[in-house]
Design a protein around this ligand. Structure first.
Ligand SMILES: Nc1ncnc2c1ncn2[C@@H]1O[C@H](COP(=O)(O)OP(=O)(O)OP(=O)(O)O)[C@@H](O)[C@H]1O
Length: 238
């Protein structure tokens, strides 16, 4: 029908009396970087949780690679190639960068092959040569990239990034945008949920704006940035 790898269809999520998602329909195309923005309370986190399976919609469906995964728990979706990098660092601080990668690599690789594979993943996220450094000694940016490395170790088809630029320096932010473009260039579909508009601008990708739990606008970043209605909701007058 379309090139969508992941879609939500008429999803509602009600918490008590709050409609966090209110009929959200959104499609992510295979091979794209897709940014999701919106004012506070727009439903971005709820959308994210619904995609990965830590929240079930009150109604509506989530379809991944043509399969209805609405009722599938998060770990089953992960096995189908849907990976997530949360905002918080997911690595063990007392272990080295390489040791951390044993956890996600163990499932699909024999033990003897893991060190080489782990080094390759570290190189991919810009951490070559830091294999034996304890994670707590890495910079905040390096820890974030290691978290991305942990999320891509199993070579997912879709990577969801929750505020990947949070707390990063300007230089680290640029490197993170480069990393996202590089991973996408290798064929990974990447969904970015982010507050930092400068970062979204630098990604220059298709962007969806959520507002009151619905899709409010969608288009190239420049179109979104120039959209008067989008500007209005960010100023809180719509
Ligand atoms: N577990 C919950 N219980 C009750 N209400 C919730 C819960 N999670 C979210 N909400 C409400 O649902 C709405 C959407 O929240 P959500 O966190 O998805 O928005 P958001 O766009 O991620 O916001 P922010 O940018 O502030 O993180 C908000 O009104 C929020 O208060």
């Amino acid at each position: 029908m379309s090139g969508a790898i992941l879609s939500v269809r008429d999803v509602h999520k009600v918490y008590g009396g709050v409609h966090a998602l209110n009929g959200l329909s959104l499609e992510v195309e295979a091979g794209e970087v897709h940014c999701v923005v919106g004012p506070n309370g727009a439903g971005k986190s709820t959308f994210f949780k619904t995609l990965i399976g830590v929240e079930r919609p009150t109604s509506g469906s989530v379809v991944y690679k043509g399969q209805d995964v609405t009722r599938l728990p998060a770990f089953r979706r992960a096995r189908l190639g849907l990976s997530v990098k949360f905002q918080n660092i997911s690595a063990f601080g007392e272990l080295t960068a390489l040791q951390n990668l044993f956890v996600p690599l163990r499932r699909n690789h024999p033990k003897a092959a893991i060190p080489e594979r782990a080094s390759a993943v570290l190189a991919k996220v810009g951490l070559a040569g830091l294999e034996d450094v304890e994670v707590r000694r890495l910079s905040h940016g390096q820890q974030q990239w290691l978290s991305i490395g942990l999320s891509i170790a199993a070579e997912p088809d879709v990577l969801l990034l929750d505020e990947p630029a949070a707390g990063l320096s300007a230089d680290e932010t640029v490197k993170t945008a480069d990393l996202i473009r590089e991973l996408n260039g290798q064929g990974m579909t990447i969904i970015v949920i982010e507050h930092d508009m400068a970062f979204i601008r630098s990604l220059n990708a298709r962007t969806s704006v959520l507002h009151y739990g619905r899709l409010f606008a969608q288009g190239a970043f420049d179109e979104i940035a120039a959209n008067a209605d989008v500007r209005r909701i960010y100023l809180g007058t719509a």
